[in-house]
Design a protein around this ligand. Structure first.
Ligand code: ADP
Length: 407
């Protein structure tokens, strides 16, 4: 089934056309800088040379129109008519407590996504804009929402409740939700397939280390705990986000620097993490380079990043009462052997024996085991593929909807 996957950010739309029967990516691309004077549209068919276009694109609806124009173009397109797309899978960041799985989008789903605007003000509004625009251009396709939070629905209360007055959970649903669910789900399933470890009797720790970072403890195929929380701000040290800090720091700063709340919000989300610590860059490649050149603050930022990740891995070994495997994925997890080595250093006592040569050879292009054959816990690099999960979910729900006499 030909499926379009759409991932809308505040100023960008990424897309992929996937043939779900063969799992083949047919075309992909993105619209960047929506709302700027010059927006950029990039479109690529298979591994052919990408086509680029620059023009002003003011809204997500206009972005969708440009994407459809490329997909239907007689020279670089892949569709004869919009009707070729049977299903559209939309990435939605926050599903609140409502959504445990991907769902067919109807008016009640749209309302629930709107309802979660408060919980994800930067993500859910553009996600919804993408849904509305795609429904306009592809009215005959089945539209499906796939939530970043859904995989973490299995967290037990002791993992998702914060130690604050319980009425705040009941009234405002303040709890841990967790994010990057489709990525943790995908790499965990690939781990079971690659290793033959029985998903129903397994203890796995998955590390999604990109600009945003999270680690998840997965028992018997279900998420048991994860490092992001009520929002994607908590847990690990990230590119620009602080991760876990003592909440008292905020009160102290309000008093000392008289910072308004929106400044604090921007500081913790956009000027902290690796960028804030190093004072140099959020990008791990730049930090590694500068640390090699002797920059002490870049080195400290890297060390803190790895130390926090190691702490979460150790704590999740306790959550799971052991561990069969550790998976690294996303930009840093897939491409930075130095970082993987630092995170796993000193875990031999807990059963992780890194194979230095295998770790260096794992280049992010393939799925690769990086521990020795004798290592009790096997660590792997598995490139993530969130789009494939979204496409397969959308195709499954579309196939069911087509058979249902009610749709
Ligand atoms: P996003 O969360 O935006 O999807 P990515 O998964 O693309 O982010 O990860 C981006 C991060 O991956 C950046 O910090 C980048 O520096 C890092 N990265 C990419 N390639 C490498 C590499 N070869 N070595 C070290 N870090 C890398």
């Amino acid at each position: 089934m030909l499926t379009l996957v759409i991932n809308c950010g505040s100023s960008s739309v990424k897309y992929q056309v996937i043939e779900t029967d063969t799992r083949e990516k047919v075309a992909d691309g993105m619209v960047e800088r929506i709302g700027a004077v010059t927006s950029i549209v990039k479109h690529q068919v298979g591994s052919q040379k990408p086509t680029k276009k620059t023009l002003p694109i003011e809204t997500h609806t206009m972005a969708l129109k440009e994407i459809m124009d490329f997909l239907l173009d007689p020279n670089v397109g892949v569709l004869k008519s919009p009707g070729d797309i049977a299903a559209v899978g939309h990435r939605v960041v926050h599903g609140g407590e409502t959504f445990k799985d991907s769902v067919l989008i109807d008016e009640s789903v749209i309302e629930a996504i709107e309802h979660a605007f408060d919980l994800a003000p930067l993500h859910n509004p553009p996600n919804l804009k993408g849904i509305e625009a795609a429904r306009q251009y592809l009215p005959d396709a089945v539209h499906v929402a796939v939530f970043d939070t859904a995989f973490h629905h299995s967290l037990p209360p002791e993992a998702y409740l914060y130690a604050i007055p319980n009425r705040l959970y009941r009234r405002y649903k303040i709890r841990k939700y967790g994010f990057h669910g489709t990525s943790h789900y995908y790499v965990s399933r690939r781990f079971y397939q690659l290793t033959g470890v029985n998903a129903h009797d397994s203890k796995l720790i998955t590390c999604h280390l990109g600009n945003g970072c999270s680690i998840t403890a997965i028992r018997d195929g279900h998420s048991m705990d994860t490092s992001m929380g009520f929002t994607p701000l908590s847990g690990l040290v990230m590119g620009t986000r602080c991760g876990d800090i003592d909440p008292s720091i905020l009160f102290y700063l309000v008093e000392k620097e008289e910072l308004p709340l929106n400044h604090l919000h921007a500081m913790l989300n956009r000027n902290s993490g690796l960028l804030g610590m190093s004072g140099y860059a959020a990008d791990m490649r730049d930090l590694i380079q500068e640390a090699e050149n002797g920059d002490r603050r870049c080195e400290q930022a890297i060390e803190a990043f790895c130390y926090r990740a190691k702490q979460y891995i150790g704590s999740y070994m306790a959550t799971l009462d052991g561990c069969d495997g550790i998976v690294f994925t996303a930009g840093i997890g897939e491409n930075a052997p130095i970082i993987r080595a630092k995170i796993l250093k000193g875990l031999a006592g807990l059963g992780v024996e890194l194979d230095a040569a295998r770790n260096t050879n794992a280049d992010g292009q393939r799925e690769y085991r990086i521990t020795t054959d004798a290592s009790r816990i096997q660590a792997w690099v598995i490139p993530t593929n969130e789009e494939l999960v979204i496409a397969l979910d959308a195709a499954k729900i579309a196939a069911a909807a087509k058979q249902s006499p009610w749709v």
